[in-house]
Design a protein around this ligand. Structure first.
Ligand code: CMP
Length: 223
């Protein structure tokens, strides 16, 4: 059963059953309750993680009250590689945003995988290139986009895996503010502007996209 779950992980697609078995034998499955920390920024990094189920929030904190969410990782995504490959200490914190299960691989075994499995290494590099691309886009967005455009982008990005019609997602205003690296007040104002123009509806933590085309146009060409 765990082998089947591993096969669905993009990072492991294309690996032979023997190779999958090898990975299974070197990983431990760990469960995290909603809200539980996986690790904190600046901890010493000695493990690599792959999400089996749930949702992991990657974020940074500056001072007592400034928080910025970098990403929400879900089934098949990995994290924890940066400190193992370079910096030694965790570049950001990781927390279970909901009940989650993670495959945990030690630093020694992660390095062995990289050296012995070219497919694994290529997929890892591919994802790192994609993440760098996302970071470049976000810098561009922060410099040249106003809060409305950035909120529209964030809504499109965070709802990319929702397939209901209309698209709905549960998210609170604090979470959106942290994702945008700002405070609740400007986000609340921008939400109200989108609501007033009939682009979204937002009630009691549930956001509904009413006009996807308009939302895309507000997000501009950064999408
Ligand atoms: P590490 O530095 O070991 O611990 C924090 C992890 O968060 C880091 O490895 C990456 O795996 C992950 N991470 C950091 N920044 C991002 C980002 N912008 N998008 C997705 N994951 C990230």
């Amino acid at each position: 059963m765990v082998a089947n779950a591993l096969k669905k992980v993009l990072l492991f697609r294309g690996l032979t059953p023997r190779e999958l078995k090898q990975i299974l034998s070197i990983s431990v499955l760990r469960r995290y309750a909603a809200g539980e920390m996986v690790f904190a920024k600046r901890d010493l990094g000695n493990t690599f993680f792959i999400v089996k189920t749930g949702r992991i929030k990657i974020f940074t904190t500056v001072g007592a009250d400034k928080k910025k969410t970098f990403a929400f990782l879900k089934k098949g995504d990995f994290f924890g590689e940066m400190s193992l490959l370079g910096g030694r200490i965790r570049s950001a914190s990781a927390q279970a945003a909901e009940e989650s299960e993670l495959f945990v691989i030690s630093k020694k075994n992660f390095k062995r995988l990289i050296l012995e499995n070219a497919d694994f290494t290529l997929k890892l590099l591919h994802t790192l290139a994609e993440r760098l691309n996302e970071c470049d886009k976000e810098i561009e967005s922060m410099l040249f986009h106003n809060i409305l455009g950035r909120l529209a982008e964030a809504i499109l990005k965070l709802s990319a895996d929702k397939h209901t019609k209309p698209v709905k997602m549960a998210i609170d205003q604090n979470e959106l503010a942290q994702y945008l690296g700002t405070t609740r007040v400007p986000v609340c104002r921008a939400i109200n502007t989108l609501k007033r123009s009939g682009v979204i509806d937002y009630r009691r933590g549930e956001l509904v996209i009413l006009n996807q085309a308009r939302l895309r146009s507000i997000a501009g060409n950064l999408q």
